[in-house]
Ligand binder design. Sequence first.
Ligand SMILES: Cc1cc2nc3c(=O)[nH]c(=O)nc-3n(C[C@H](O)[C@H](O)[C@H](O)COP(=O)(O)O)c2cc1C
Length: 381
Amino acid sequence: MSLNIFWFLPTHGDGHYLGTAQGARTVDHSYLQQVAQAAERLGFGGVLIPTGRSCEDSWIVGASLIPVTERLKFLIALRPGVMSPTFAARQAATLDRLSGGRVLFNLVTGGDPEELAGDGQHLSHAERYEAATEFTKIWKGVLAGETVDFDGKHHQVKGAKVLFPPVQKPHPPLYFGGSSEVAHELAAEQVDLYISWGEPLDEVAEKIADVKAKAAKHGRTVRFGVRVHVIVRETTQEAWEAADRLISHLDDETIAKAQASLSRFDSVGQQRMASLHQGRRDQLEIAPNLWAGVGLVRGGAGTALVGDGATVAARLKEYADLGVDTFVLSGYPHLEEAYRVAELLFPHLQITPQLEQEPRSYISPFGEIVANDILPKAVAS
Ligand SMILES: Cc1cc2nc3c(=O)[nH]c(=O)nc-3n(C[C@H](O)[C@H](O)[C@H](O)COP(=O)(O)O)c2cc1C
């Protein structure tokens, strides 16, 4: 089994607890660089960089991390409504060239009418998907080297082209997630990989089956991914304790406020996330090892797989058995949790860390065995 495991850059904040300023951490370039470099060193294939008014800009964050990483890929959230498709393609080609083919894009149609209106987007959910479909056709066409004339309802371009082509052909991979019927149509017709938030297995299975069937009508195949948080510890009991701790400073008023503000979203995916916990903190294990606590206050990905390394690996393999080959994982705080995931989970997924150098040989300062020393077999046995 070959899985692609991505990590997440917390460009909207990070910390030890959800829904409180306590234990919160400043997210600046130096910190994002630390998370990105840790992810690269530990063996993650790439990092998802989100978009929205509550995040640092995904393109700029991605560009700023190219020179401080070597292999790490950047899955950059791309909002079709706020830029022209030709301009977005030109930027994508530039980033692809400057990074030596290390960028991918995650198409984000958006789901918060208030935020969208602020960005000058006043389209209904259905119209937004029409516009996103037109956008994608132009974006892919020009990146593939075509000169595009397109006269759509939302986008009209004439002689659109990209003169400096991307490294990856025909275009950097295009990922996308959305749970509405129109989202599945878009995925089936346009994208390379459809990504679902971490819903229970049977629900993800239904979405995969639907997108597959719709793609077949277009004579296409689509790959599949899952975006989910993880809380991995040495024992499953410790992992559940860590999950409880994550929401230990979260009061009912904060949950109610967050849910009220998320309820204005017209996103089917967001509604599905909210229905998993229904604002209640007493029934959060909604499927074996799948915990809906993050969604009590966080929009978007709201579930976490909780357990020891072997258990979480087994749960991931259940999604993989449905045809999922890519996971975008995260955990709070993102630096420490990247290490926990790599050390406790990766050995069960046969993922090897990409260390820059061989582990140093055993040294015993002052004759003591200190933490992190790597014992040669003779000494260890
Ligand atoms: C993996 C994944 C990542 C997403 N990333 C973002 C993001 O960075 N910013 C954002 O505003 N919405 C993000 N979304 C939300 C979707 O763009 C969109 O709001 C939602 O899925 C609406 O579509 P639906 O009604 O078809 O579900 C993401 C969704 C998924 C599945």
